[in-house]
Structure formats: C-alpha cells, structure tokens
Design a protein around this ligand. Structure first.
Ligand code: NDP
Length: 302
C-alpha cells in the first residue's frame, strides 16, 4: 500500500454498509480498484443491496468472514454502536490492516475502537465524510480524519470517493469536527426556517426572498442548496435522515460537555432537532425538521 509506487501491488479493500452514502462511495472504490488491479469486497446487512452493487459495479459480495484478508476496511454505518457490533463479529483481521470508519461516529467510541483494534494489529482511523449523497455520487466528499497520520498516508491514495482528505488531530478528532459541522448545519437550517416562516406569515414570496438572501449576507448551504430544492418544492427527498442529524447534534453536545464548554445556542438547536425527529419522524429527510417550524407558526413554506 505504498501510494508512491507507480504500479501498486494488488490489495484487497472491503466496504461495509451500502446505505445512502456507502453505496455510491463504494462505487468509486470499485472503479478505482478495477483500474489498479485491486479487489473490492462489499458487505451489507441486507445482502440484496450488496448483490445489486456487485451487479452494477463489479465489486464482490462478501461474508464477514471473508474480510480477514482485507488490507483496508471502510465502514459507513448509522452510529458507532453498529460499528461496534460489526467489529465484534469480525474476530479475524489481517495484522497491518487499516480500518477507516466513515460513520459520523462518537469521539469516545473512536478512542475505544483504536484500543480494541490495536490489540489485533489493526489501525483504526475515524474518518467521517461531508458532502451528502450528491458529493458521494460525484466522488467529491470531504473526509476529516482523526488518528494515526502515518496510517492515513498509507491509504490516502485509495480514497477515490474523496475531493478533500484532511487530518484534523488525534483519535476522535474527525468525529468531533463532523459533529460540530452538523450542529452548524442544524443551526443554519433551523434559523433560516424560522426566518422564512415569519416572511410567509407576512405574505412575502419565499422564492423571491431566498433569491435575495442568497445574494446577501444571510445565505448558507441551507438557504442555497437545501430549502429551495427540498422544502419549497415540498419534496423533502430522503437522502440524510432527520434522526441522523439529531444524533450528530447530540454528539456535538457531548463534545461540548467533555470540555465543560458553554454553547447555549448549539444546545437549543440540538434539543429542537431532537424534538423534530420525534414529532416529524427520524426517517424523514433532515429538511423535514422545518415542518415543525411550520406547525409552530401556522404557515407552509412553499
Ligand atoms: P443509511 O440509513 O442510508 O444506511 C445505513 C447503512 O447501515 C445501511 O447499509 C444499513 O444496512 C446499515 N446498517 C444499519 N444498521 C445496521 C446494523 N445493526 N448492522 C449492520 N449494518 C447496519 O445511512 P446513511 O448512508 O445516510 O448514513 C451513514 C452514515 O453517514 C451516518 O453516520 C450518517 O450520519 C453519515 N452521513 C450521512 C450523510 C447523508 O447525506 N446521508 C452525509 C454525511 C454523513 P441495511 O441496508 O441492511 O439497512
């Protein structure tokens, strides 16, 4: 796994968790593996999805026991709890392998998982991603990595789903940055929804209002890329679950509590998003949180 080699020795990669993000990420790994003579094994809890991936991309469906030969294992599961479950079911791993966890996980779990795998000769890196399903489809994800920087350099060239890969600190730092990033997403999404609800109540055309905001200082990813396409159209396409955003905001609060920080704004938005997930539904798209704002204000954002 020396990225400086012009013709790298064939290696085995494994991808576990072919969900909304994992499926297109593993498509990029399948393509780059074929180009470089590597093998990509894929595993999914519901096997049909792995079979569909293999039929589409040329990856190879695997049982968990087949992963003992993998040089690089990539996981993208809902939370660190599912990563723990899978790890416990994989007793045999290749010493020297790297486990790159792209789950938006918990910093405490990363530190535990590093120790668990160290005893088996495997290096764990927390490496959550940002960019959504669109970024995964385009192979342009931002990857924020915590842990052994030398291990990251050994696998960096293999991460064909990434547009940017940045080492952000020791184990757990990647998960911490991701949690805070998504807490900021929650803040801008929620705040923009509140502002638009007030404008809707005032009889303002929301499309026109957003075109002004997006050419002004109130703009954000939420106002530019989420609310016009997902909320005003009433489509709320389910690509990133509201329950997962609530989970990320909760992790951000744990990051704050671990340093005895004072972040009342983040705390309030975490509570609001958690409430929205319960009332609107955890499997709805995260932008459906704004349906709760609509109910609170007696308006519809369209
Ligand atoms: P999905 O719900 O679409 O996919 C979840 C995946 O995890 C599926 O492959 C599912 O398998 C598998 N899974 C669920 N429970 C278990 C279990 N107990 N054991 C083994 N496998 C399990 O999630 P996403 O792809 O959206 O998200 C994955 C991670 O990426 C999350 O941490 C999320 O926060 C993060 N993320 C998501 C983004 C997005 O836009 N969607 C953007 C950036 C990060 P099965 O198919 O069998 O159900």
């Amino acid at each position: 796994m020396n990225p400086s080699d012009s013709s790298p020795a064939p290696i085995t990669l494994a991808f576990l968790g072919l969900g909304a993000m994992g499926y297109p990420m593993a498509r990029w790994l399948a393509q780059s593996s074929q180009e470089n003579g590597h093998t990509l094994l894929v595993w999914n809890r519901h096997r049909e999805r792995a079979e569909a991936h293999t039929a589409e991309t040329g990856s190879r469906v695997a049982e968990l026991g087949d992963l003992a030969n993998a040089d690089l294992i990539v996981t993208c599961l809902p939370t660190s709890a599912e990563v723990d479950e899978v790890m416990a079911r994989l007793p045999n791993l290749r010493p020297g392998a790297v486990w790159l966890d792209c789950t938006s996980g918990h910093p405490d779990a990363a530190r535990r998982q590093v120790e668990e795998l160290r005893s088996r000769g495997v290096t764990f890196l927390d490496a959550p991603v940002s960019g959504g399903v669109v970024g995964a489809e385009a192979g342009k994800l931002t990857v924020m990595v915590g842990g052994d920087a030398a291990a990251l350099e050994r696998v960096r060239a293999l991460l064909s789903f990434a547009g940017q890969v940045t080492h952000v600190g020791p184990s757990g730092a990647g998960f911490a940055v991701k949690a805070i990033n998504n807490a900021l997403l929650a803040v801008t999404l929620w705040a923009t929804g509140e502002g638009l609800a007030a404008l809707a109540g005032s009889g303002v055309d929301l499309g026109a209002a957003l075109s002004v905001i997006n050419a002004s200082s109130g703009r954000s990813n939420a106002s530019q890329n989420l609310i016009p396409q997902r909320v005003l159209t009433r489509q709320f396409p389910p690509t990133f679950k509201l329950g997962l955003l609530a989970k990320d905001a909760d992790i951000a609060m744990d990051v704050v509590h671990a340093v005895k920080g004072s972040t009342p704004l983040l705390a309030q938005v975490a509570a609001l998003v958690r409430g929205a997930a319960q009332l609107i539904g955890p499997d709805e798209d995260h932008t459906a949180a704004l349906k709760l704002i609509e109910q609170m204000n007696g308006v519809e954002l369209r």
